[in-house]
Design a protein around this ligand. Sequence first.
Ligand code: CTP
Ligand code: MG
Length: 453
Amino acid sequence: MEKIYSIILASGKGERFDYYKPKQFIKIAGKTVLEHTLDIFEKNNSIDEIILVINPEYRALTEQIVINNHYKKITKILNGGETRKESSFIGINSINVDNAKVLIHDAVRPFVSDRIINECVEALDRFAAVDVAIKSADTIIQINDENIIENIPKRKYMMRGQTPQAFKVNLIKKAHELSAKEENPEFTDDCGLIVKYNLADVYVVNGEETNIKLTYPEDIFLADKLFQINSHKVPENVSLNALEDKIIVIFGASSGIGSDICKIARDYKAIVYGYSRKNNVDVINYDNVQNALKEVYEKENRIDFIINTAGVLNIGKLEERDIKSITEEININYIGAINVVKAGIEYLKQTKGSLLLFTSSSYTRGRALYSPYSSSKAAVVNLAQALAEEFLPDNVKINVMNPERTATAMRFQNFGKEPDGTLLNSEKVAIDSLKTVLSDLTGQVIDVRKSRS
Ligand code: CTP
Ligand code: MG
């Protein structure tokens, strides 16, 4: 079978992004944008080889990233050129297989889907050039240098270009060679060259709104959110059988999700230590937390996973609530998480283990009558994102579960009986929590939803 090549363009400087390093090195959810993009191509079954085109100033950093991730498909790390076009030509020229199929992709589009990649590869059976584009919700207008409209093309025929762009390699080589012969070659992307020299029909695969290019500083906010919607699904292909003999410490273990996690982990033969105020371990007391972990470590000599489900929810207008109950709520929900993480990290470094915290869907947007709760849950997410980066060198993972409304005693106390079928079962949350600690994920918010079957 012929090989399918991909060229990942990462040689830009990211001037418009205005970060102290090129934007491909900014981190989202614990990983650089470049790694997110490379991960997608490394895992995609249609792609055989990755040719990485880099900025030579950042060769050491890039090579370290490639080594740390054990990428198997990367066969070349090439120094790029002054412009995207040059970088792309350098990548193309390195492929010496006649009529190979190649996809050229921006490293700074870390949300490209397998669906897009696969459709590009398939389309190359029928076309020698393929672009990816999305329909425009806005009307596209054509103006002149005086800002006067010249033309309003039919919106139906207007699309916005993305990457990857895919080609038979001989064709795109020829296009670049023609362009190189010109005195003032135009700055256009690879598909633009094919169109300019009228070398072939360029077929368009539907892109996706989420396949954004990080260009300006504000794009990082969107990127963070997209990660929350996109990849924050409960990890698949994780077997709970891997829990056997694992040492798990659970705070907030006496009821609700915490107690279900204990039960299920034990069913799968994990060795579980559960703590709560019932056995005199209060997460707001750092000594309590430290002592609990020490006790487990002295007995077992290792701790693999630490899970904190302790939390409280009190409803009411801030103005009407007393400061003591507000402070207590914040302490349990937020300081509790800090205590558990801070006391636990030394043990997890030894096992390259995993930490798990809990948030609520109100973390993305403060909710009236819940202000201390929703804001402390937002703080927990922010905390985990920061710590995921701090813990990366030690290979310790930290994630946050975000269950939908779940049937727990805490919920019943605050909301009374709710209609059947509207609440998530806390055993499902427990299973997904255990799958998460067993996975390689870090820095993620994992949404747990009711199965809508
Ligand atoms: N690129 C490249 N070589 C260049 C310029 C750009 O490989 N000489 C790559 C970038 O790394 C990026 C993609 O082409 O993945 C899209 O380019 P763009 O968004 O313009 O990135 P930068 O050129 O880095 O950003 P800026 O134009 O703001 O400096
Ligand atoms: Mg650029």
